[in-house]
Design a protein around this ligand. Structure first.
Ligand code: URA
Length: 192
């Protein structure tokens, strides 16, 4: 059952709801649900797609090969996992690494809403087109539009390639690094 949409929920309430969630069929195949991780005071929130096999085993986002790339990118831009918050559109691993289905994304969306509500990030960064299409615009084209910004309420939103795209095509690393450097600049502008 989903949690009630109560403003009084805490981070640990959400974690407990996710840990026992049976809102979609992925609960039958997952090993461990993967709640977001990082600083609850972060002003940058990264939103990716769904946990991979390694994340499913450990219950932690970005611990596999995509995570290694992400850590390198963060390090190259003077950021660390401890100062940002990283989560996924869906919290359970889709078998065989297939794309999450619409019904799975919708079933899981309240958790992401709560994470965002509690964190109140100034900057949201979508990693890859699945996240960008769910969060920024349904017709978002990552190749053309990565690195662009939109503004909603008090939040600046952007998207860049998912780290797994760099694993498939290492030449994308520099492009993603440029996007991350702009994110760091945006944060500096916003905290002036
Ligand atoms: N890929 C994702 O989209 N999320 C993870 O947590 C790990 C890999």
């Amino acid at each position: 059952m989903h949690m009630d949409l109560k403003e009084s929920l805490s981070w640990s309430d959400i974690e407990q709801h996710i840990a026992s969630c049976t809102c979609c069929p992925l609960c039958r195949t997952r090993q461990r649900p993967v709640m977001g991780r990082g600083s609850h005071q972060a002003d940058i929130m990264l939103i990716a797609e769904a946990p991979g096999a390694q994340e499913d085993r450990q219950g932690i986002p970005f611990v596999g090969s995509s995570g290694e790339i992400l850590d390198r990118l963060l390090g190259d831009c003077g950021l660390s996992r401890e100062e940002i918050y990283i989560t996924n559109i869906i919290k359970c691993h889709p078998p065989g690494n297939r794309d999450p289905q619409e019904a799975e994304k919708e079933a899981c969306f309240p958790y992401l809403k709560y994470e965002t509500f509690l964190l109140k990030p100034g900057i949201i960064v979508c990693l890859g087109s699945v996240a960008a299409r769910r969060i920024i615009a349904p017709d978002f084209r990552i190749t053309r539009q990565h690195g662009t910004w939109i503004y909603r309420k008090n939040c600046a939103l952007t998207a860049t390639y998912h780290p797994s795209a760099i694993l498939r095509d290492p030449s994308k690393y520099e492009e993603v690094k440029r996007d991350f450097r702009e994110i760091v600049k945006k944060r500096a502008e916003m905290t002036k």
